[in-house]
Write a protein that binds this ligand. Structure first.
Ligand SMILES: [Zn+2]
Length: 416
């Protein structure tokens, strides 16, 4: 179970669903929007057409740019990712007579590269200066979010070159941005193609690899919350997207040890699982498969850290730790409360709850994969856990998670 079949199947599902006579994905408030004009005339920019994860992927990215006829391309990187892959990609592009420049996105006051308005404008200005015909993100999730939104804004194509298996959002068609200190998710461009070089991925810092594992582990609670939202009413559901995500999660858990030891097999299995999870979101058209209360808690911490001017922990590291907290919290809710929140199909919800791993099991998996497991390892104090469990649902007030349903129950009881 190395994830190869999984990734192939995910791409096939996407391809089929993109055919003109395919049933359309459910509509919703956060369905990824389409760019004002298609990135390539006659094609929509919602799906990556190719995912190349093989030796020579950087060279393949340059060949892709040539096939597409791009004369000028702007790489979006930071100092580390430029060394990891950006310089070589610049060279491969130059060899083909393509003008390639790199914008190194500057860190914010706290010292983090953030997907905020300043970073987006920095990329837009560089793009205007060189009149780039395409953008390539070379790096992790944050650089991708900056590049995908900038590309979407200019109506030009976007190519993904991940340098670490650190998040499941590489193929995403939406960008979570920080706007005036608040997290907003906005329509953006999905990459037209993805090029991941295994040599680059295995050399990624272990904390980034562990973060990718944490983002995947979060699917335990996101899949539970999605099913809960569907069973208790209100949320759309797709068995195909749920199945894809669940198999990606299982692939990842089966390779926890190899991921922790940094074996090539483990890291490539993780990357395929992350791609599959991202594609499941594209297939469904919304983030339900991969994002539940654990993501809301992580986003809430992120905003608190921003407010306090503190350096951020990695997205996936927060999600993994949050997943263990949410799992323990859900398992501790008295049965009658769960029944009150779940309504008619409470038996099914309780059965699912019984299958949720304990926080201790989840923390064990996080440690096996070499990541932080306890909140204090991320600087998250008890006060931030309690505050988060009370308020995290407000990050996404209309998404029905068990956490959200329990909070609403409390509000209704106070009103009565
Ligand atoms: Zn995530």
């Amino acid at each position: 179970m190395s994830g190869e079949d999984l990734l192939r199947e995910a791409l096939e599902l996407i391809r089929r669903s993109a055919e003109p006579d395919a049933p359309s994905a459910p509509d919703g408030p956060d369905k990824p929007g389409e760019p004002d004009r298609p990135a390539v005339p006659g094609e929509d920019a919602r799906w990556p057409r190719r995912i190349v994860m093989a030796p020579g992927a950087l060279e393949a990215a340059a060949a892709h740019a040539e096939e597409r006829g791009y004369g000028r391309i702007l790489l979006v990187a930071d100092a580390n990712t430029r060394v990891a892959a950006g310089r070589r990609l610049e060279q491969f592009l130059a060899n083909r007579g393509i003008r390639a420049e790199t914008v190194l996105v500057a860190a914010n006051e706290a010292g983090d590269v953030a997907a905020d308005e300043a970073s987006v404008v920095q990329v837009l200005i560089e793009r205007q200066k060189m009149k780039a015909e395409a953008l390539a993100a070379v790096g992790g999730g944050t650089l991708h979010d900056i590049a995908r939104y900038a590309a979407f804004t200019c109506g030009i194509p976007f190519v993904s070159v991940p340098t670490a298996p650190s998040v499941d959002g590489f193929t995403s068609g939406v960008a979570p941005l920080i706007l005036r200190g608040r997290k907003v998710t906005v329509p953006a461009a999905a990459p037209e193609a993805v090029f991941a070089d295994p040599d680059v991925l295995v050399r990624a810092p272990s904390r980034l690899i562990a973060a990718g594992f944490g983002d995947m582990l979060g699917k335990y609670t996101s899949l539970f919350d999605w099913r809960f939202g569907f069973l208790s009413g209100g949320e759309p559901y797709s068995p195909a997207a749920a199945d894809l995500t669940e198999r990606a999660l299982r692939t990842c858990v089966a390779h926890a040890d190899g991921i922790g030891r940094g074996t090539e097999e483990g890291i490539l299995a993780l990357m395929r699982a992350l791609f599959a999870s991202g594609l499941a979101m594209l297939l469904f058209g919304q983030s339900h498969p991969a994002s539940g209360a654990e993501h809301h808690l992580s986003h809430w911490w992120e905003m608190e850290f921003l407010r306090r001017g503190r350096r951020q922990a990695l997205h996936g590291a927060k999600v993994g730790v949050a997943c263990a907290i949410v799992a323990d919290y859900y398992r501790s809710v008295p049965e009658e409360r769960v029944r009150a929140a779940a309504g008619e199909r409470a038996d099914e919800v309780l059965r699912l709850l019984g299958n949720l791993p304990s926080g201790e099991e989840l923390r064990g998996l996080l440690r096996t994969a070499g990541g932080p497991a306890a909140p204090d390892e991320l600087g998250i104090e008890p006060e931030l856990i309690e505050g988060g469990l009370r308020q995290a649902h407000l990050v996404r007030p209309h998404r029905r998670t068990l956490l959200n349903a329990l909070r609403r129950l409390n509000v209704d009881e106070v009103k009565d």
